[in-house]
Design a protein around this ligand. Structure first.
Ligand code: ADP
Ligand code: ADP
Ligand code: ZN
Length: 215
């Protein structure tokens, strides 16, 4: 199964992608995670991406399209994958469509998480991420059992550099510039569904998993 997660920053794309990954045994592909790893490793990709990410702007299409083309052709993606944070522009969606066409494959389902903007800022400023395994937490809404420590692996939790208010507001702007066009692109496929992402995490998962099972 090949899935796409859409939604604004903080909608819960990564959180839900991790739950679906566990259920279906298919890899989660987060362009944000790949780019952050490249920055940490100080690779040429990381050097190129850093200033865009720090500003809350999108990394150029050709860069992220290149990342995705390489990643989805890996053997572990043969049985499907979940794209979390890609595509973010229609140009990226078109490139994905073309790459999948060459592989004789297609997207099976597009999950669009809808969350009112008034909830998103608090979700992002309170987000903490495991340095070791990437699991997300929220200091109030989804806290780890022990403060600052990952439940899953014992890793240290940190706050992302771009989860600062000023950068978050810029990311919302960038999202709203692209969101409608992307929605229109996928709506036409008949494999697109909007979910209420403001519900508690477990409830959102139930909704998504039952939609996937009922396909
Ligand atoms: P995205 O990948 O869409 O940016 P995340 O999955 O990282 O979003 O979630 C953003 C923050 O909100 C995290 O701190 C996460 O723990 C929290 N969160 C995710 N889903 C929910 C939810 N349904 N209710 C409350 N908090 C949530
Ligand atoms: P969020 O959890 O807030 O949705 P991500 O981790 O997905 O954020 O992305 C963080 C940053 O990485 C974005 O602000 C952007 O700079 C860059 N990025 C991630 N995915 C893409 C993409 N598909 N196209 C362009 N830039 C991207
Ligand atoms: Zn962890």
């Amino acid at each position: 199964m090949r899935l796409i997660m859409l939604g604004p920053p903080g909608a819960g794309k990564g959180t839900q992608a991790k739950i679906i990954t566990e259920r279906y045994g298919i890899p989660q592909i987060s362009t944000g995670d790949i780019l952050r790893q490249a920055i940490k490793d100080k690779t040429p990709l990381g050097e190129k991406a850093k200033r865009y990410m720090d500003a809350g702007d999108l990394v150029p299409d050709d860069v992220v399209i290149g990342i995705i083309n390489e990643r989805i052709s890996q053997p572990d993606c043969a049985g499907g994958f979940i794209l979390d944070g890609f595509p973010r522009t229609v140009a990226q969606a078109e490139a994905l469509c073309e790459s999948l066409g060459l592989m004789d494959a297609q997207i099976d389902f597009v999950v669009d998480l809808n969350v009112d903007a008034k909830f998103l800022l608090a979700r992002l400023t309170g987000r903490r991420v495991c340095r070791n395994c990437g699991q997300m937490y929220h200091v109030e809404m989804n806290p780890p059992r022990s403060s600052g420590v990952c439940d899953k692996c014992g890793g240290e939790l940190y706050q992302r550099d771009d989860d600062r208010e000023e950068t978050i507001l810029r990311r919302f702007d960038v999202y709203s510039q692209q969101a409608q066009a992307l929605k229109t692109f996928y709506e036409a496929s008949g494999r697109y569904k909007v979910f209420d992402g403001a519900a508690p995490i477990a409830e959102v998962s139930v909704q998504i998993l039952s939609a996937l099972e009922g396909r």
